[in-house]
Ligand binder design. Sequence first.
Ligand code: NAD
Length: 361
Amino acid sequence: MATYRVTLIPGDGVGPELSEATRRVLEATGVGFDWDVQEAGADVLERYGTPLPDPVLESIRRNRVAIKGPITTPVGSGFRSVNVALRKELDLYACLRPCKWYRGVRSRYEDVNVVIVRENTEDLYAGIEFEEGSPGAKELIEFIAEKTGKRIRDDAGISIKPISVWGTERIVRFAFDYARSYGRTKVTAVHKANIMKFTDGLFLETARRVAEGYADVGFDDRIVDNLTMHLVQRPEEYDVLVLPNLYGDIISDLCAGLIGGLGVAPGANIGEEAAVFEATHGSAPKYKGMNKANPMAMMLSGVLMLRHLGETEAADRLESAIAAVIAEGKSVTYDMKPTRDDPTAVGTSQVADAVIEKLQP
Ligand code: NAD
């Protein structure tokens, strides 16, 4: 059997505990892993002078696959988010978030199985902003007045929203390729093309053109506000959603809510060069070192990683084992119990024990 060299970034906060639990269940599938453990985040800031030391990026570039625990964004230290930096440095343009309901998860909805494909590099999150009152903002306001005859107020801050044909083509292709590979039947492009013709309109037009090359997969589109209403009324009607960055951010949290919350929401950031698998949630610093946080979102990110590696059978077994532990409702963390102070809640490592037990033949 193949052994995979994978970068493992334990992260900080509850990251190291969740990573340890995830490493154990991944190894229990029988797939061989040769972990290239790399430290990043708040805990290494003092030692390296940066929360993202060069060897971390080098390791991911070398191995092309990484799984990471959450990393805190230090407030006021002057460092940008390690998570954002990783996405930028490695051009991880696709944020993949499958939102699947498992029997036993407390949620208002059942049978939700939506995959979110969010563009990660463009849109209002491109980081091009002009501060209110700055010379740049003033110049831009004058430029816009001259070109369009429309006057933005002098006391406005401005964020720029770039959406390109190139960026849209690659994310929509990613969504269709994913749909094909995983037997999904429909891709829905999400936009506000009726209002923003030159950005969301371009996104929609480009998505329609790309869709023509995938006649075997269904395609439709939804205006984002209309989608939010539909998702809370009939989430079962959606399959794969492809969205620009901002809508993708919001809708993926909405969908995480539909399937029971952060404890069970896995994810991945994927590019041509590498794929980094990680839970949607953050480092939950208040639970650090307490063996309390739910490792299932990171374990399910591990399932995504196994599928990415082509280890479909092991992925199916691990997913079934996690689903079985959820369905039993016994060896689950506090967040999955009927009340948050339920004394029968178990800890992070006990969830791993229970999943490993289910993996035994
Ligand atoms: P968070 O996701 O860490 O926590 C939000 C809430 O959910 C908290 O009440 C927390 O206790 C709970 N929670 C989160 N994960 C849980 C788990 N696995 N099991 C049980 N409960 C869980 O979000 P936050 O507090 O906004 O962020 C904390 C830090 O994490 C910040 O510095 C933020 O920048 C960072 N962050 C990192 C990532 C990442 O590494 N990809 C993602 C989001 C946030």
